[in-house]
Design a protein around this ligand. Structure first.
Ligand code: CU
Length: 208
């Protein structure tokens, strides 16, 4: 585990005296780290959690969506600035948030509000290879794994269901495990995830 990661976790811990940072490691079936996995802690009995609704941002740049995976709390906005010279036309057919953002360029497009928990797959009507995923969750306590498959979720003391999801997870449903967060007691959790073999040639999108 890189030292920087611990420093980051410690900073989060200091920011929330009545909770703790939970370091989560996600690996695939072969034990390799899984980046871009979404990990989040939902209330054990479905109690509602604070609505932080931190907005997200998915940039279009170099004919792709950046980042590939975004996580937001239900009710949050996502902004879609277009840094490309060409116009993009974002759409989604996902039941959790169907929408169609007509051809646009620059940052003039209205943000979309993602009200329903679930997975939203985004595409561009003009550029078939552009793809991005939004995981909408019922909690403000979430994080995304880094290149080492590690993430740090900061949550107040309490009982949670800790979940882990990835766009390529077999079956599409998140893995879950019980999680008890105690004040000022950093904890660790790990998930072993089976991923579908998906060829995502994210770097071959130069066809206009
Ligand atoms: Cu496009």
């Amino acid at each position: 585990m890189p030292i920087l990661h611990f420093v980051f976790a410690a900073t989060l811990l200091a920011a929330s005296a009545a909770g703790a940072a939970v370091t989560v490691q996600v690996t695939d079936a072969a034990g390799k780290p899984v980046p871009d996995a979404v990990v989040y802690a939902e209330a054990e009995s479905g109690q509602s959690l604070p609505a932080t609704r931190k907005p997200g941002e998915i940039v279009q740049q170099g004919m792709k969506f950046i980042p590939l995976v975004t996580v937001v709390q239900a009710g949050s906005k996502i902004f879609f600035p277009n840094n490309d010279k060409v116009r993009h036309h974002i759409y989604s057919f996902s039941p959790a948030h169907k929408f169609d953002q007509k051809l646009y360029s620059g940052t003039t497009a209205e943000p979309q509000v993602f009200e329903k928990a679930g997975t939203v797959v985004l595409g561009c009507n003009i550029h078939d290879k552009m793809i991005a995923y939004v995981r909408v969750v019922e909690t403000p306590y979430f994080a995304k794994t880094d290149a080492h498959g590690a993430a740090s979720v900061d949550a107040p003391a309490g009982k949670y269901v800790l979940k882990a999801w990835h766009p390529d997870i077999t079956g599409g449903q998140p893995l879950e495990q019980a999680l008890a967060v105690k004040a000022d007691a950093p904890a660790n959790a790990s998930f072993k995830m089976t991923l579908k073999a998906v060829v995502r040639d994210a770097d071959s999108f130069s066809t206009y």
